[in-house]
Design a protein. Structure first.
Length: 148
């Protein structure tokens, strides 16, 4: 039981320390609820014209998925696992199920944040010049050449 509380505390401490680092995004931050597409009708940029638009759309989609995982699914599963433990009534099966749900949720949060950290580190290593990372994409594509 002590190990479970230590893991849970470690996951939450990591989340508290990591969220401010990853929240300095292009136009997205955690929590991010939309729009997923960064260009097209109804957005700042009327047409999607280059690779930068695709990169920003992928970034928005990943931030949206992380927001769902951290702010919608994880609290719901923590509440469900806690409720299972609370209403177990001495039943070892329900108590075990509640513990498994809580442990799985904590592991899921760690996986989401760890995967983001790995991708961000990889992108930062590939960056040339200024610090390029997932949180500060400054993508500028040359305008398309026109033929006269």
């Amino acid at each position: 039981m002590k190990t479970f509380f230590r893991v849970t505390l470690l996951v939450f401490a990591g989340a508290v320390l990591l969220i401010p680092i990853i929240s300095s995004a292009h136009t997205a931050s955690i929590p991010y609820w939309g729009p997923l597409v960064s260009c097209g009708p109804g957005t700042e940029k009327p047409m999607c014209t280059d690779l930068c638009d695709l990169i920003h759309t992928v970034q928005h989609t990943i931030y949206f998925g992380m927001s769902l995982a951290l702010y919608a699914f994880a609290p719901a599963f923590f509440a469900w696992g806690g409720l299972m433990i609370l209403i177990s009534g001495g039943s070892p099966e329900r108590l075990g199920t509640g513990k498994k749900i809580l442990t799985g949720t904590a592991i899921g949060i760690a996986l989401v944040l760890g995967a983001f950290l790995i991708v961000n580190t990889f992108i930062s290593i590939l960056g040339v010049g200024d610090s390029v990372g997932w949180g500060n994409i400054s993508c500028t594509a040359p305008p398309p050449k026109t033929q006269n």
